[in-house]
Design a protein around this ligand. Structure first.
Ligand SMILES: [Zn+2]
Length: 766
């Protein structure tokens, strides 16, 4: 025979796990209540909203000081929906805001009695959303932050006829073992807690199938006084007695089993304190697979043959204990198991249709009958629904006030859409695209999901032709930016001023009707896969012409998939944007940067080239070289022949006027000196649209771009070299182009004569 000592010895390692779920006497439980009142006294709505708070940080408003802000915030939901999940769900900004408003309604704490239906088209990721949400709820509820207690009665055996250890059958034994599964051995804990009784055989336990909070066993008529005496006069007590979210603790009754057991024991012992000594508290353990605390039903799940649950062992022990008095029936339904938890239906179809009807009846009546017993159902009720199943509910007028819809349409926020591609295909996809092209793929996908007509946009912008350079005629591109939380810089001042809170509300409210058609989440991944496998190359970045070609093919197949001219508008918007990028990269429009450069320059002229100094005004470390001087002098329009004279003049003015008189004597800042102001004006004077043209028309410039980073680059004249280097570096640093991408985009701007096209078409903004 094999010696099993060592093998069994491994179980020793798991011994500590029991400690995690203590079982407390009612008195010890009350100590816990006093210590952690905010945690222990929570109903399911409260725990649910705490869970969301725990996983989702406060939203961010990118335009924090905007007086017209409507708190349309950026929420990071990744900890809730993505972390640790095999199938992450991506909440776009619109849905995240909707979800947070839904959770806010729980924070107020009014009792809900509603079914929350997440309504969205096929392929919008509803079931992934719900699965991830429930998984986190389960995880949170079993963590110290999310844990609550439930009632378990600990009763003494009166007659040991067929007692706990005399199982009649294996099935009974199993039932008993399963019943105590995951929960602590009571007598063991009692020993740890210093209780006298150690013979576990003398006791049996009756868990409350409805997971009642043990505080509910304090008789309702004395609860107010009881809590008043239990807590100090502190902030929590004030909240408990005044806030709506705690009302339930004063109004709710325990389940029928607990009530009748309490009454029968009271008859028997004639002492409420003695009855309360039988009440223990243990952690309410959530287990979706066992349907404890969280239950999810699929349409194909068959209805239970036996809707009434019981436990023969518990029943027999109860009967023995209470012999001669009224019978306590240990009967309950499936709903009891998710009382104080979440009951969810995946899709309202086939068997789930019946379940929804039943739920509706239950919440309308407030109770549910199990044989003669009334069972309360205080669960958070969720369901998912496809648009075509909605008809079912329309027939039932009574449903209207019991159902709250939360729309979960296709993703409409391009940032989120791009995140989905990155999740599915890997972050490295960025490197195969020229900047912005990946986002433009997302824009095309989202355009198929948006309606073309928008009253809110029409009312705000009026005629869209003023923006024809940057936007499509239906203003879908503008709408997408707003859905992503971005107010584009090309809007006229007037339109920005008219972008009032009221208009924003209207546009966001209209979004509820978008995202119900077009390419689904699944479609977009399929399309992206197709696109990526055709065009991703190691030697050539994916550009707009590839994007156009790809989607034009789809437009031919289905003319209604995209609005007329959308792809052309998208290209125009792209061209305008990259032109700005190239311009910005060639010149400093950035006033702060211009200012810093000038201050650094004034400081540097006091030193010989090829030294390193820290500028005493900006604090920046300056590598003072000929190149450094040349770069700034180029922007000051100093021709290379006169640069030494210029530098000397600046140095002289600084040491004779600016420093001793204006700064030291008059206490002015260096940026207030006339030298600085002169240089600043000189620098900005020519930084206008036209300035780019000589460069772009210059064939040398174009060739220098192509030769950048090659040996031949050194053959160009110094100014071209310095400009091209400067531009390339900026494109890489400021606009995240790769070295190759920076080159490609410059050649693209030059070859397509974009500067000319946009200067002739007279943009609406100056
Ligand atoms: Zn109960």
């Amino acid at each position: 025979m094999r010696n099993l000592t060592r093998a069994f010895g491994n179980f020793e390692k798991t011994r500590g796990q029991w400690r995690q779920s203590p079982v407390l006497s009612f008195a010890d439980f009350l100590q816990e209540v006093v210590k952690y009142p905010n945690r222990v006294i929570r109903d399911v709505y409260h725990v649910y909203s705490d869970m969301i708070d725990a996983y989702v940080c406060d939203g961010v408003d990118e335009y924090g000081d905007d007086p017209e802000s409507i708190q349309f915030l950026k929420y990071d939901c990744s900890r809730l929906f993505a972390d640790g999940s095999d199938r992450p769900f991506f909440a776009d900004r619109l849905f995240a805001n909707r979800l947070m408003r839904h959770v806010d309604s729980f924070k107020v704490g009014a009792k809900q009695n509603k079914i929350y239906i997440f309504d969205g088209p096929h392929g919008s990721g509803k079931s992934t959303f719900l699965n991830n949400l429930l998984r986190k709820f389960e995880e949170y509820s079993n963590s110290p932050e999310g844990s609550r207690y439930e009632v378990v009665w600990r009763l003494k055996h009166e007659h040991l006829v067929g007692g706990v250890h005399n199982y009649n059958s294996l099935a009974e034994k199993l039932a008993w073992v399963l019943d105590s599964d995951g929960k602590k051995n009571l007598s063991e804990e009692a020993k740890d807690n210093g209780c006298e009784d150690t013979e576990s055989g003398d006791y049996f336990h009756v868990p409350c199938p409805s997971h009642d909070n043990p505080l509910l066993l304090v008789p309702k008529e004395i609860r107010r006084q009881f809590f008043d005496d239990l807590f100090e006069n502190d902030e929590f007590k004030w909240q408990l007695f005044t806030e709506k979210k705690y009302e339930w603790i004063f109004h709710e009754e325990p389940c029928t089993i607990c009530v009748s057991l309490y009454q029968e024991l009271l008859k028997k012992y004639r002492d409420p304190i003695k009855v309360m000594e039988c009440v223990y508290a243990r952690p309410y353990i959530f287990n979706r697979r066992l349907g404890e605390g969280v239950s999810v039903f699929n349409p194909g799940d068959k209805p239970l043959r036996n809707t009434i649950m019981s436990n023969e062992v518990v029943q027999r022990s109860l009967d023995a204990l209470l012999c001669g008095s009224k019978h306590v029936s240990y009967l309950y339904s499936r709903y009891a198991k998710t009382n104080n938890g979440i009951y969810a239906l995946m899709d309202i179809k086939s068997n789930n249709t019946d379940r929804l009807m039943e739920l509706h009846n239950i919440i309308s009546d407030g109770v549910h009958k199990v044989e003669d017993i009334e069972e309360q159902v205080n669960s958070l009720l969720f369901a998912l629904m496809n648009p075509e199943d909605k008809k079912l509910l329309e027939d039932l007028h009574a449903f209207a006030d019991r159902v709250e819809y939360i729309n979960i349409p296709y993703v409409l926020d391009l940032q989120t859409e791009v995140d989905i591609y990155r999740e599915n295909f890997g972050k490295h996809i960025n490197e195969t695209f020229l900047p912005r092209v990946l986002h433009n793929f997302a824009r095309v996908i989202i355009a198929t999901r948006l309606r073309t007509k928008s009253d809110a946009m029409d009312e705000w912008i009026g005629k869209s032709d003023k923006y024809e350079l940057y936007c499509d005629t239906n203003l879908q591109l503008l709408k997408m930016e707003i859905f992503t939380g971005y107010i584009p810089g090309w809007l006229t001042e007037e339109d920005v001023a008219n972008f009032t809170a009221k208009r924003r509300q209207k546009i966001v409210a209209e979004s509820e009707k978008d995202g119900w058609k077009g390419f689904s989440g699944r479609d977009s991944i399929r399309l992206f896969n197709e696109f990526y496998s055709i065009y991703a190359r190691p030697d050539k970045l994916i550009d707009m012409s590839m994007l156009g070609k790809f989607f034009r093919k789809y437009c031919k197949e289905d003319r209604d998939i995209l609005p007329m001219g959308f792809l052309d508008s998208l290209l125009r918007m792209y061209n305008y944007t990259v032109l700005q990028e190239v311009k910005e990269s060639l010149y400093y429009y950035n006033e702060e940067q211009i200012s810093k450069d000038i201050v650094n320059y004034i400081f540097a002229v006091n030193f010989e080239p090829d030294t390193v100094e820290y500028c005493e005004f900006t604090g920046e470390k300056l590598e003072i070289t000929e190149e450094f001087f040349a770069r700034i002098e180029a922007r000051l329009q100093v021709d290379s022949g006169g640069n030494n004279t210029f530098r000397n003049n600046v140095q002289k003015t600084y040491s004779t006027t600016a420093l001793p008189q204006e700064m030291l004597r008059d206490g002015l800042d260096i940026t207030e000196t006339s030298l600085y102001q002169h240089l600043y004006e000189k620098c900005t004077y020519n930084l206008k649209e036209k300035v780019l043209e000589p460069f772009l028309k210059n064939e040398n410039f174009r060739r220098a771009v192509k030769d950048y980073n090659h040996e031949d680059f050194k053959t160009y004249d110094e100014k071209i070299q310095s400009d091209v280097t400067y531009m390339m570096q900026n494109l890489q640093h400021k606009y995240r182009y790769s070295r190759q991408g920076a080159k490609e985009i410059c050649i693209y701007v030059v070859d397509n004569d974009l500067a000319k096209i946009f200067s002739e078409s007279k943009p609406a903004v100056s």
